[in-house]
Design a protein around this ligand. Structure first.
Ligand code: FES
Length: 172
């Protein structure tokens, strides 16, 4: 009886293939296995990610410490905006400062006005003196100042992970 049942559901190789005949039992078996493998596959994809198994799960952020070039590449008594690094390099004579462009109110990028010799925030009107001290608008404190040093090759290196007091300056 069982053999007959099997013969009813399967075709043999001698019949020209190993294909299933379509029966409710075979359909449910196939559907069950299909669901099983789809679930396992989705689970593996979820825990490993698309490329997660082959690549480390890290955020590639630029280093907070970077070179901005030689001191002579900045004009005397100038404010140079390095937009990509979100800092101003302020040179007064032979002294250098690295000042953040990020407004201390809500984080907009302030801009330096050459005519007025101040930083102005386009968002809510905060104003800062050339040395970064706030004097108008809602900003509660001065712009951040970052560590700036001269490396062995004579280039200026800024570290935006280290804030320094306002009066700190590098004299070269
Ligand atoms: S973000 Fe600069 S004044 Fe509001």
């Amino acid at each position: 009886m069982e053999t007959r049942e099997k013969r009813k559901n399967f075709t043999s190789e001698s019949d020209g293939g190993i294909w299933f005949t379509f029966s409710r039992r075979n359909f449910l078996t196939l559907a069950g296995w299909g669901l099983f493998f789809v679930t396992i596959g989705a689970y593996l994809l979820e825990i490993m990610g698309y490329k997660g198994f082959f690549y480390p799960k890290v955020l590639f952020e630029p280093s907070p410490r970077f070179s901005v070039g030689e001191p002579k590449s900045f004009l005397e008594n100038s404010v140079t905006t390095l937009k990509a690094r979100k800092i101003f390099i302020v040179r007064d004579g032979n002294s250098f400062k690295a000042i953040s462009v990020v407004c201390q109110h809500l984080g907009c990028a302030v801009e330096f006005s050459k005519e007025k010799n101040i930083y102005e925030c386009p968002c809510h009107g905060s104003k800062y003196y050339r040395n970064g001290v706030n004097f108008a608008g809602p900003a509660p404190r001065p712009l951040n100042h970052f560590e700036i040093v001269l490396d062995d090759s004579g280039k200026l290196v800024v570290d935006t992970s280290k804030t320094v007091p306002l009066e700190t300056e590098l004299v070269v």
